[in-house]
Design a binder for this molecule. Sequence first.
Ligand SMILES: [Zn+2]
Length: 112
Amino acid sequence: MHELSVATSLMNIIVESAKADGALRVLKVNLVVGNMAGIVADSLKDCFDTVKEGSIADKAELVIEEVKATALCVECGGKFEVEQNMFNCPKCGEVVLPSGGDDLYIKNMEVE
Ligand SMILES: [Zn+2]
């Protein structure tokens, strides 16, 4: 249950940051998740709905924005969105290593 521990630590950050802002309630949380972060978005939402119970974020909506890793082929200069750790360039066959896609952070949140 990786997503549950992620949801729990997110909730700690959300509650701390809302309190720091003097907010009474968290309405919406916009989260950025990379496709290489090892997070299943639907599963994370379910876990979020569980851990938010009884907190000041108990009515908060979790919006997940998924971003993809990109790879730049040094051989032919092609740029691709990728979903694997390593792959062969579809244009020239060169082995390419992607970068990014491991994002996991709160972009912003709406409070009142
Ligand atoms: Zn290439």
